[in-house]
Write a protein that binds this ligand. Structure first.
Ligand code: GAL
Length: 638
């Protein structure tokens, strides 16, 4: 596969006289894809039924005839103002019961059938008009599901749909009462119609109720997306995709992805560092203008799994953004580094957001490849350099990694429902495992709980809330060694403590006697180095102790093909556990210096240096904010 570059463009923001010149300039920069249309509903249909597509016909023709392939977005993330007159109850309602208003974007509730039908209608109109247009080479459905906290809505349509969903899941109200443990605090219902949404209760609602609502809310996103997939499929052969986000776990991306052809995501490394990542001050200062060295790769690898191997970066940060608490500029070289890193992880396309900075409205402080008055911004030259790099690079072929992380969105819903410790967070735990694998120089795959085809030397499944017997069986078959814990197999599907001990541990003579959470300032030391933080499972049983805490309790227990980790490891403990697992499974580790990361493909080794200073690995010096690409012989084992 030969990776390509693209850009996000808003023809409706610029006079038509600029389009042809813009298109020629994109081509000259080395871009081959352009995404348009995803917010333009008020221009496509200014009044209900008044279809105005001629401008879009001309935009597509201008861009396409310049040689660009078009990703056409359905505009359903931005319903025009008139839509509210037609469907006054289509707005989402927040947890406090406030109706969200018109005046920005994503002002809809996934459960509003009238709005879903409007989306299907506009998708069919667009599909009929452009489905066979030779310039339209892919379709983006909606934009960033879940952005601005929009997955969950406490609206009346959501309530009605939730009751139906519950009736279908549980069949009888007695079954539901039993499954949720509603005898507790006399919460028993007599009918599905009595069940409310789990907000505005006096104190914590039943976690089983919350988890069911989170599952339902995720399913509403899947169903919403599927309606447009079904509308477009018969009208086009072009691939359908969606642009997901970073650290957004509110819906099951694997399930949305199953209906699409390609997963794409929006990568804003510097925004993420300050906006959505834990980390010490020193770390945040060291990478202030580069972004965290593992955050992008984590999502590249995750979305490669969501896209079943096919994935892109749909929006790549090109300079300072507008939405993080602070918005420093990337150091010179970083826009190129991020782009090449995506390619190393298998991106088919890296597309910059956006072509030209908007001089108006909410994102006027967000840079583009061009300034708002049409001069080159610093990102442009780097994009051009990447285009040259890609010509030299040629084909990039992915190989299956030897290690994988089992990733499960529902575990995040469970642990955010009952964190039990303020600093326990599913993403944080999984990300710490990912970082440890990368410090050891390993390339990593992600697998979902439904995945069962590939075989790995090692699979990590930290914090996996529910392990049913089927998953337990598949996990055992799909790797030489699985490491569970902490907090794995700890609840049933209905948020109860499993009666028969922890599933997943039955191959180990081991159970969990009690659990503890610790404040961020505390830790529990492990003999020989490292410590557990945030969370401890107190383990008992005859299984061998590979590591123990200084107080004598077990930190890591081992059985046949399965280990259980008792606490949330700090870096030193993770490094020890990975080294032990590597020894057990014959994995070759290639320790990397701070901020330098490796990614192996079939034909290359990418050395990616997020540091501002040069870093050395295995005799190779990589300059600061630079990428060194070593060729490897595809016949060599990875
Ligand atoms: C993304 C979004 C874009 C734009 C961008 C700004 O979340 O998809 O439309 O808002 O962020 O960084």
């Amino acid at each position: 596969m030969k990776p390509e570059l693209g850009v996000c463009y808003y023809p409706e923001h610029w006079p038509e006289t600029m389009w042809a010149e813009d298109a020629a300039h994109m081509v000259e920069t080395g871009l081959t894809w352009v995404r348009i249309g995803e917010f333009a509903w008020s221009r496509m249909e200014p009044q209900p039924g008044d279809l105005q597509f001629e401008w879009l016909d001309r935009a597509i023709e201008t861009l396409g005839s310049a040689g660009l392939k078009i990703v056409l977005g359905t505009p359903t993330a931005t319903p025009p103002r008139w839509m509210l007159d037609k469907h006054p109850d289509m707005l989402a309602v927040d947890q406090r019961g406030n109706t969200r208003k018109f005046g920005s974007r994503r002002h809809y509730c996934f459960s509003h059938q009238g709005y879903v039908d409007e989306c299907t209608r506009i998708a069919v109109i667009m599909g009929e008009r452009y489905g066979e247009n030779p310039h339209v080479a892919a379709w983006q459905i909606d934009n960033e599901y879940g952005c601005h906290d929009t997955t969950v809505s406490y609206s009346t349509p959501a309530l009605q749909a939730f009751r139906h969903w519950l009736a279908a899941q549980y069949a009888t109200i007695d079954t539901l009462n039993e499954a949720w443990g509603n005898v507790f605090w006399s919460m028993e219902y007599r009918d599905f119609e009595e069940i409310d949404l789990p907000n505005q209760t006096v104190t914590e609602p039943n976690p089983a109720h919350v988890l069911a609502f989170r599952r339902f809310s995720s399913q509403q996103v899947v169903t919403f997306n599927k309606a447009q997939v079904d509308a477009l499929r018969p009208l086009t052969d072009a691939p359908l995709l969606h642009n997901y986000m970073g650290r957004t776990l509110d819906f099951d991306h694997f399930k949305v992805g199953a209906d699409l052809d390609i997963a794409t995501w929006d990568s804003y490394p510097i925004g993420f560092l300050s906006d959505r990542l834990e980390g010490g001050e020193a770390h945040k200062i060291a990478f202030l203008q580069q972004g965290d060295p593992d955050m992008q790769a984590f999502h590249h690898d995750l979305y490669r799994a969501v896209g079943r191997g096919r994935w892109w970066v749909m929006e790549q940060q090109p300079g300072p953004v507008n939405w993080a608490p602070y918005n420093p500029a990337p150091l010179p070289g970083m826009v190129r580094l991020w782009s090449l890193e995506a390619v190393a992880h298998g991106a088919e396309v890296v597309s910059y957001f956006r072509w030209r900075q908007a001089p108006f409205a909410q994102e006027q402080m967000h840079t583009g490849l061009l300034t708002s008055n049409n001069r080159p911004a610093p990102g442009l030259a780097e994009a051009q350099q990447v285009a040259d790099d890609l010509v030299r690079l040629g084909e990039v072929q992915q190989v299956q990694a030897k290690v994988a992380i089992l990733f499960d969105y529902a575990s995040d819903w469970a642990w955010s429902t009952q964190p039990q410790g303020a600093s326990f967070d599913y993403f944080r735990l999984v990300f710490s495992a990912y970082r440890a694998l990368r410090r050891a120089g390993l390339s990593v795959d992600f697998v979902s709980t439904n995945e069962n085809s590939a075989h790995y030397a090692l699979i990590l499944a930290p914090g996996l809330a529910t392990i049913d017997p089927d998953l337990e069986h598949r996990l055992a078959k799909s790797c030489d060694l699985a490491i569970l814990g902490p907090r794995s197999g700890a609840i049933t599907h209905d948020f109860q403590i499993p009666n028969s001990g922890r599933p997943g541990l039955c191959k180990l003579d081991c159970d969990v006697d009690l659990v503890e959470s610790l404040p961020s300032t505390s830790e529990r030391a492990v003999h020989g180095g490292g410590a557990a933080r945030h969370w401890i499972d107190r383990l008992s049983g005859q299984a061998e102790d590979l590591l123990s805490f200084e107080d004598g309790t077990s930190a890591l227990k081992a059985g046949d093909g399965i280990w259980y980790l008792a606490g949330f490891p700090d870096e030193t403990l993770w490094d020890r556990v990975i080294a032990m697992a590597a020894k057990k499974t014959g994995l070759d580790l290639q320790k990397t210096p701070q901020g330098l990361r490796l990614r192996e493909t079939a034909n290359h080794v990418f050395l990616i240096n997020y540091n501002a200073e040069p870093a050395v690995w295995n005799g190779h010096t990589v300059q600061g904010c630079d990428v060194e690409i070593l060729k490897r012989d595809p016949s060599e084992p990875t």
